[in-house]
Design a protein around this ligand. Structure first.
Ligand code: ATP
Ligand code: MG
Length: 486
């Protein structure tokens, strides 16, 4: 029984006599090291410096010490982290040999590293999300004011072109904020039912236009719908396809974009990957795969690709995959990466498949010259953001009044007639947007509300209001207010 138990242990176990000759080994030991029985340590096929360490341990164990050490061995072509214990075997007062055990801690170390990495990314996410939120508010003022000022200057004038430069720069700043917010899981999520094939085809067409000399092959199954934020989804596809194209660079190569219903194997593969995906039972997934025949990644790069600002490119920002990760997580999905140095990489995103079918959208109406009228209430804790939004509402024909928070807005509504529209921030200290909204609706059931948000997540979305992502231009504000009023 005793022997059988040792034989079945999944760790290397061996014993040597006083002369260092191996007298027994279990089958795990045999599998990893070959036949040791009858051999002294010096006769084992291993580098001389390793053998020197073994002999040192053996001498100490024979002197009565239990020797513990951590070693990395390459076993079967793989690095294994091993905790080795070498103990004296005693018979009465006499030490008659040594007993060795190699505990393989590789898997444990991998899990520890994964946990540390997840905690690190979470900390960076909190920081990045906070900074991006504040900067987004500032960008909203710049973009809003510039778009409004443009209305007052003759089209094509030099002032118009300066203002247009400010608008373009603000949009670039907003795009960086958006990637950071997406990474932090705080991106603006406007979930709608989408046919994945249509979104993929359209996005790939856009990206392909900017890439010359790289073939993009599409293999896209139809009628796979998902519920997702269209902007984030397009950004995700774009980030993956651009990375794939950049991995090919000047060489010849192909990028393949594939959309299929995910198989059980695909779901299982994504579940063991490092993005913390736990497949929900009873849910089908759709797989979106971007594969390239580019340079692949080294193991060191592979470990860090989701870190924001990690890049190996001269002109990269290192935000593409960080944002992709946040987007995938916010949508309850998984991500599986495979890469081979010199051969290419594949990124496979899994997203929950929607059970509803997509209805044909109504065509959008033009809103450029639309004007409203009546009182409008602006609720935002940031005085400058509130002032900018109020000026924009004024430009649209409303008489705006500013409130610095939810409580002030409720009080303002008590002593005045209901405004035509309320433009309110979703994230405010004190009474937050959703609570304020509920109370406003309780008092004035028909109140028209537009929520401004740079910070929105799924859990908060079933609110009965228009949502406008910060920053926005005058046209975008006009569109949102108009939809709220209609
Ligand atoms: N398809 C790929 N093949 C090889 N390496 C890749 C691939 N995709 C990503 N990487 C590696 O991951 C790193 C991070 O990618 P990520 O998209 O986050 O940032 P970036 O492409 O460097 O910059 P940005 O996307 O912000 O312009 C890249 O710099 C690159 O080293
Ligand atoms: Mg990138």
């Amino acid at each position: 029984m005793h022997d059988a138990a040792i034989e079945s242990l999944p760790f290397d176990v061996w014993a040597r006599d006083r002369n260092g000759v191996c007298v027994s080994q279990n089958s795990a030991c045999y599998e990893h090291w070959g036949k040791l029985v009858g051999l002294r340590a010096e006769e084992v096929n291993a580098p001389p410096e390793v053998i020197a360490v073994w002999l040192g341990h053996a001498a100490r164990a024979l002197a009565g010490e239990t020797v513990r050490s951590d070693v990395d061995y390459v076993i079967g072509g793989e690095v294994r982290h091993v905790h080795k214990i070498l103990a004296p075997i005693r018979e009465g007062d006499e030490i008659i040999g040594t007993l060795g055990v190699n505990l393989d801690l590789t898997e444990l170390r991998r899990l520890e590293r994964k946990l540390r990495e997840a905690q690190r990314l979470e900390t960076i996410g909190l920081l990045a999300g906070g900074v991006a939120h504040d900067i987004n508010n500032i960008v909203m003022i710049i973009l809003g004011m510039a778009s409004m000022a443009r209305r007052r200057v003759p089209a094509g004038s030099s002032l118009d072109s300066d203002l247009s430069t400010i608008e373009t720069a603000s949009r670039r700043a907003a795009a960086i904020c958006n990637q950071l917010l997406a990474f932090a899981g705080k991106g603006h999520l406007d979930v709608e039912l989408l046919e994945l094939d249509a979104v993929v085809a359209e996005t790939v067409r856009l990206v392909a236009a900017s890439l010359s000399g790289i073939a993009i092959e599409l293999d896209v199954a139809r009628e796979l719908a998902i519920e997702a934020d269209a902007t984030q989804l397009r950004q995700l596809i774009m980030n993956l396809v651009l990375n794939a194209a950049e991995a090919i660079g000047e060489r010849h190569g192909t990028v393949t974009v594939r959309v299929v219903a995910a198989s059980a194997e695909m779901v299982a593969a994504a579940a063991v990957d490092d993005v913390g995906f736990a497949p929900a039972p009873g849910i089908d997934y759709v797989a979106l795969e971007v594969r390239d025949t580019g340079g692949g990644m080294t193991p060191e790069t592979r470990l860090r690709i989701f870190e924001p600002f990690f890049t190996t490119k001269a002109r990269g920002r290192g935000l593409g995959l960080a944002a992709a990760l946040g987007t995938v997580r916010a949508h309850g999905g998984g991500l599986h990466v495979e890469t081979r140095l010199g051969e290419g990489s594949s990124f496979r995103v899994l997203l929950p498949r929607a059970t509803r079918r997509v209805a044909t959208p109504a065509p959008a109406e033009p809103h450029a010259s639309w004007r409203g009228s009546g009182h409008a209430l602006v609720v935002d804790d940031d005085a400058e953001v509130a002032a900018a939004a109020a000026r924009m509402l004024g430009e649209l024909g409303f008489e705006p009044r500013v409130c610095r928070g939810g409580a002030e807005a409720l009080a303002a509504l008590d002593d005045a007639a209901a405004p035509a529209v309320v433009l309110m921030d979703l994230m405010m200290p004190g009474l937050d947007g959703s609570t304020t909204l509920r109370r406003l609706h309780a008092r004035h059931p028909g109140l028209r509300v537009v929520l401004m948000s740079g910070f929105h997540d799924l859990a908060e979305s079933p609110l009965d209001a228009q949502v406008l992502a910060k920053p926005f231009t005058l046209d975008e504000l006009a569109h949102a207010v108009r939809s709220a009023l209609s």
